[in-house]
Write a protein that binds this ligand. Structure first.
Ligand SMILES: [Zn+2]
Length: 183
């Protein structure tokens, strides 16, 4: 166990189930700690002071586990053509523990507000270096499941905010739908 920042430990980002023999090509094991430490210090800690305790549902993924999460043709193609940010140790799927205690409608509203606060921190006052943040909805398009946050040291932060909902394609397959988000 090793502490990355005041409130985050490497064990929260790298689960025991990660297959270390199937890491993304080009990701050195030595990069994993520093990348998550940078995400924690630069983005998660400042956001945590506003939204309260954060649980990391998913951090690092090996390429095999990541490919299994692609449930529709477009996301399967995307996984093949580029290495995803979870595989590069650059992002975290965040659950907000205080908000998860609320009943459904209040909880969803609180997640949207927390996402808006992250947007403000990135785009206004603090200029937090969020590369991409996604408010992710369950397949019912109602319940927020988590907030995905990417931070990268490889390029300038894009500060791109999106929602991920679901839509049915012409073949009747439920597909992910990414839409730009603004407050
Ligand atoms: Zn994610």
């Amino acid at each position: 166990m090793s502490q990355l920042s005041p409130h985050f430990d490497i064990g929260e980002f790298v689960s025991m189930s990660v297959n270390t023999r199937a890491l993304a090509p080009g990701l050195s094991p030595n990069d994993i700690g520093p990348r998550f430490a940078a995400l924690a210090a630069a983005v998660l800690e400042p956001w945590r002071t506003i939204v309260g305790p954060i649980r990391i549902n998913s951090g690092l993924r090996d390429v095999i586990a990541n490919a299994k999460l692609a449930t529709d043709p477009a996301s399967a193609a995307r996984v093949k053509e580029r290495v995803g940010p979870h595989c590069l140790a650059e992002c975290a799927d965040c659950a907000l523990l205080d908000l998860d205690k609320l009943e459904a409608d209040a909880r969803n509203a609180a997640y949207v507000a927390a996402f808006g606060k992250l947007y403000e921190l990135a785009h206004r006052e603090a200029g937090l270096p969020v590369h991409e943040a996604i408010l992710e909805y369950a397949r019912d398009n109602k319940r927020v499941t988590h907030i995905h946050i990417q931070h990268t040291l490889r390029k300038e932060p894009a500060r791109r905010f999106l929602t991920r909902t679901w839509t049915t394609n012409a073949d009747g397959v439920l597909c992910e739908l990414y839409t730009p988000w603004k407050p």
